[in-house]
Design a protein around this ligand. Structure first.
Ligand SMILES: O=C(O)CCC(=O)C(=O)O
Ligand SMILES: [Fe+2]
Length: 353
């Protein structure tokens, strides 16, 4: 035990240990801000202290802001501008990349085409989705064997033709985000009382899905009891999400008392939230918290989530620190890929138009 680490944070926790951390009342009013500087520290006690902050945010809120995350502002602006230019194209050009035509959930989602909340009438945003793409050809060679067992939503990305610079700007952001995600996994492992490298062989070709999102202003007459909003109430499907949002605002997080807490824009930060793969893996010690977005600003809103799952062939087996004889595993074991695909199928099958 190092002096910076809380005594409740043992190095070799027993099975069931983290069940004691299960939140009972997530009536949070604020979303914590966590400084990520120590993620890159060579001092293990600093990384463990950071992991402890992440543990608390994960069991009590399911959301936190990351500051000093290290992502390049230039790349963020590049991806944002690329998204704005893409969404400004005419609808027929965008519909050439219609996600509905894709067998692996890649491409363009028109306004109201998606519906994350089955009680909703379609989500008031348009989007552009990509999945894994290697940064260097050698990344791909190293994982050829894995491709064979990949789930249905892996496979080639689609890109607009005659649109110079778009693919480069989007992929530059994507690879920055993947690097950041790969730094977060070891911290979540430490937070769960696991070896820091627990996820390493499970994220060789991570199921990182990136979306460019555009939320037009909410028309006043359409807000039928919240049933047609920017993105309806939902939980995310993967392990965690890294979200960049512009200053327009509109993201809200629901606490256990049913109160919507604004996840306001904090300059220089990214929002991290946990998803259902982690909830399943941790037997609900990490809970994925419901959230939604409503753009009431009267301005256009843009955001860029990247959803981080493990490699698609990894089974979501409950983690030992989160299971005990009194609290047996709640969820059936399923591969990460099969789980995410089932959720994506539902999202696109639900749409109201
Ligand atoms: O755009 C946002 O602020 C939230 C997006 C979101 O929750 C999602 O895409 O899952
Ligand atoms: Fe979400």
């Amino acid at each position: 035990m190092t002096e910076n680490v809380h005594p409740d944070f043992p190095q070799n926790p027993a099975p069931g240990f983290l069940l004691a951390s299960q939140r009972t009342e997530s009536t949070f009013e604020e979303i914590p801000v966590i400084d990520f500087t120590d993620a890159r520290s060579s001092d293990a006690s600093k990384r463990r202290a950071l992991a402890e902050l992440i543990l608390h945010a994960s069991v009590n809120v399911g959301f936190f802001y990351l500051k000093n995350h290290g992502m390049s502002e230039k790349r963020i602006t590049g991806a944002l501008e690329a998204g704005k230019a893409f969404f400004a194209l005419d609808t027929s050009t965008k519909m050439e990349l219609d996600i509905g035509k894709s067998s692996n959930f890649k491409g363009y989602t028109a306004l109201l085409q998606e519906n994350v909340n089955p009680a909703g009438l379609g989500d008031l945003h348009e989007g552009f989705d990509i999945g894994w793409e290697p940064e260097l050809p050698s990344d791909e060679d190293a994982h050829t064997a894995r491709r064979i067992t990949d789930a249905a939503m892996s496979g080639a990305n689609v890109w607009p033709s005659n649109f110079p610079g778009f693919k480069e700007a989007v992929l530059a952001y994507y690879h920055d985000a993947v690097r950041l995600g790969k730094l977060l996994f070891p911290l979540f492992a430490l937070a769960l009382g696991l070896q820091e490298d627990f996820f390493d062989d499970k994220i060789t070709r991570p199921a990182a899905i990136m979306r460019l999102l555009h939320y037009p202003p909410q028309p006043r007459h359409v807000n039928v009891e919240g049933r047609q909003i920017g993105i309806g109430e939902h939980t995310d499907y993967e392990c965690f999400t890294l979200l960049w949002q512009d200053p327009v605002g509109g993201l809200q997080v629901r606490n256990a008392a049913g109160k919507w807490i604004d996840a306001v824009h904090i300059p220089g930060t990214l929002v991290v939230n946990l998803g259902d793969q982690f909830a399943r893996w941790t037997n609900d010690v990490f809970k994925s918290t419901p959230h939604r977005a409503i753009n009431r600003s009267g301005e256009e809103r843009y955001s860029i989530p990247v959803f981080f799952g493990t490699d698609y062939d990894v089974p979501l087996e409950p983690i030992s620190t989160c299971v005990s004889p009194e609290n047996p595993a709640k969820y059936e074991v399923i591969t990460a890929g099969a789980y995410v695909k089932s959720r994506l199928d539902a999202t696109y099958a639900n749409h109201a138009n």
